[in-house]
Design a binder for this molecule. Structure first.
Ligand SMILES: Nc1ncnc2c1ncn2[C@@H]1O[C@H](COP(=O)(O)OP(=O)(O)OP(=O)(O)O)[C@@H](O)[C@H]1O
Ligand SMILES: [Mg+2]
Length: 327
């Protein structure tokens, strides 16, 4: 995302190192701090949308618990690269069963994107969580807790991370802008806060992207470099679908996923934002209502973990099928 710059990536540079420095997630951070203070914790399951502080909280908790030696007591694995049961059996097992070093009696295994693990791998993980719980505590992170098997959920304290409220996003962006000596117009800041929808990774990337081009960020810069391109492409895709050209629209959709790296939710939000601007002559108001209703359903299905591609294709099919569809 922000790889275009040669300087440090701001999402890493400004990731709060300790729990005390995290903005927002007020229902979660105080509890994690009490684990750090008491030097004990159960297995944890962090569930929530991207950019809401799950990885940040896991790293900060490890630092607060283990101090400078935290790296020796903390292992991070990403389940989306190593999805299989073999990884669970070998890497995780080897790490989990060796004795902890240091004064805290356990170490932490952080398993990112745990919802990508197959159910066999999860079953095997569950047994390890039981067997090695004295020497190793697990923190599992996932976008959708519904994809984690019940026996694991019941062995964990479950924390639901919510999108950050606008105040938290604003506070963090202001802090970064100040540290980087970047002037950001108040309305440009608000545009970034709105566009990032509670995702601090997206907010931070957006600020870095615009600040790379200018040291005075205005609304125009934000629109030019961030939101507009996706919107333009979504507009082109919808226009194609509205002409009834489903296959053409689908090709554009795939390009959004692969070339732009857009997520299903982002594309859906962009379609939702664009719909009111489609002229009534092309899409009559009644059709818009029908589509907005359908977008609501798709939004729900995506939140439940349905496939991005299939759901967005269904939206295009709906649009391309035209006024008579569904009657
Ligand atoms: N509480 C916070 N205070 C300040 N910055 C934060 C906070 N939480 C997250 N960030 C910023 O947002 C970035 C992304 O957060 P993080 O990696 O924790 O998200 P995540 O919930 O793990 O997302 P994903 O589900 O995509 O893994 C961090 O690198 C950091 O820059
Ligand atoms: Mg993460």
């Amino acid at each position: 995302m922000a790889e275009r710059t040669t300087e440090a990536v701001w999402v890493e540079k400004y990731r709060p190192p300790t729990l005390a420095e995290m903005v927002g997630q007020d229902a979660i951070v105080p509890l994690l701090r009490s684990y750090a203070a008491k030097r004990t914790m159960p297995h944890l399951l962090f569930a929530g949308p991207p950019g809401t502080g799950k990885t940040t909280a896991a790293l900060a908790l490890a630092r607060d618990l283990f101090g400078d030696e935290w790296r020796q007591a903390f292992l991070e694995l990403n389940s989306s690269d190593q999805r299989g049961i073999d990884t669970v059996r070998t890497t995780i097992k080897q790490y989990a069963r060796t004795a902890p070093i240091g004064t805290v009696g356990f170490k932490i295994l952080f398993l990112d994107e745990a919802d990508n693990l197959t159910s066999e791998a999860q079953a095997s993980l569950r047994r390890m969580m039981e067997r090695y719980s004295t020497s190793c505590r697990f923190i599992l992170s996932c976008n959708y807790s519904s994809r984690i098997i019940d026996p694991i959920q019941s062995r964990c304290a479950v924390f639901r991370f919510r999108p950050y409220p606008p105040e938290a996003v604003r506070a963090q962006l202001e802090r970064i802008a100040q540290a980087e000596s970047t002037r950001v117009d108040p309305d440009a800041l608000e545009t970034m806060v709105t566009a990032s929808a509670g995702d601090l990774r997206r907010a931070t990337n957006l600020l870095q992207l615009t600040a790379t081009h200018t040291d005075h960020v205005t609304v125009a810069t934000v629109r030019e470099y961030a939101t507009v391109p996706l919107r333009r492409e979504v507009e082109a895709m919808l226009t194609t679908a509205l002409r009834g050209d489903f296959l053409g629209a689908r090709t554009r959709l795939y390009a959004l996923f692969t070339e732009r790296g857009a997520s299903g939710e982002e594309i859906l939000r962009s379609i939702h934002g664009y719909l009111p601007d489609v002229p009534d002559t092309i899409l009559p108001p009644r059709e818009k209502i029908r589509l907005v209703e359908f977008l609501g359903e798709v939004d729900f299905r995506l939140a439940q973990g349905a496939s991005d591609r299939i759901q967005l294709e269904a939206v295009l099919a709906h649009v391309a099928a035209g006024p008579s569809a569904g009657q």
